[in-house]
Design a protein around this ligand. Structure first.
Ligand code: ZN
Ligand code: ZN
Length: 165
């Protein structure tokens, strides 16, 4: 493909993306996350762009306080959404410490791997759990911005940072 055609394709894709963004029709997936080191929370927002096969990380939003968060044992909320691990690129970094590798802990969040040693995971201070992780196949999150990453019956599992290339 010539550079010119490439450029046209890229340009067209950008225009389409801008249009869709304006119309707000991106498919969105939100993960409730926490930093193991700093014990603070944020939401990682993923979007699936038109024509894309997978969700890609879009932005992270810090959560100011814990009010309104689901308590432990909360079952699925109306906007809860679960995707398969292969459906997204989870190569985002922790908003507070910059580390990667995510573990879905029973405290209700995907917690960064800052305090991890080998496959021995150590959670944030407010949780205090420590255990050996196992691979995760499904990722429970939510379709919107409200924090609703209910963990239901899932055991704590490891979500490795993934890269497409
Ligand atoms: Zn962190
Ligand atoms: Zn925890």
């Amino acid at each position: 493909m010539s550079d010119y055609r490439n450029q046209l394709a890229v340009q067209r894709e950008r225009q389409l993306a801008a249009l869709r963004e304006k119309n707000g029709i991106f498919e969105q997936f939100t993960l409730h996350c926490a930093c193991a080191m700093h014990d603070k929370e944020f939401r990682a927002v993923f979007v699936k762009r038109p024509g894309a096969a997978r969700y890609a990380w879009e932005k992270s939003e810090r959560i100011a306080d814990r009010s309104g968060l689901p308590s432990r044992g909360t079952s699925h909320r109306p906007n809860s959404k679960t995707i398969k691990v292969e459906e997204a690129d989870f190569d985002f970094l922790c908003e507070f410490c910059g580390s990667e590798g995510w573990t879905l802990c029973k405290c209700g969040a995907f917690v960064c791997g800052q305090k991890k040693k080998g496959n021995r995971f150590q959670c944030r201070a407010s949780c205090g759990r420590e255990y050996t992780t196992q691979p995760l196949t499904e990722v429970p999150g939510s379709s919107g911005h409200s924090p609703a990453a209910a963990i239901g019956h899932l055991r704590a599992k490891l979500l490795r940072g993934r890269r497409s290339e």
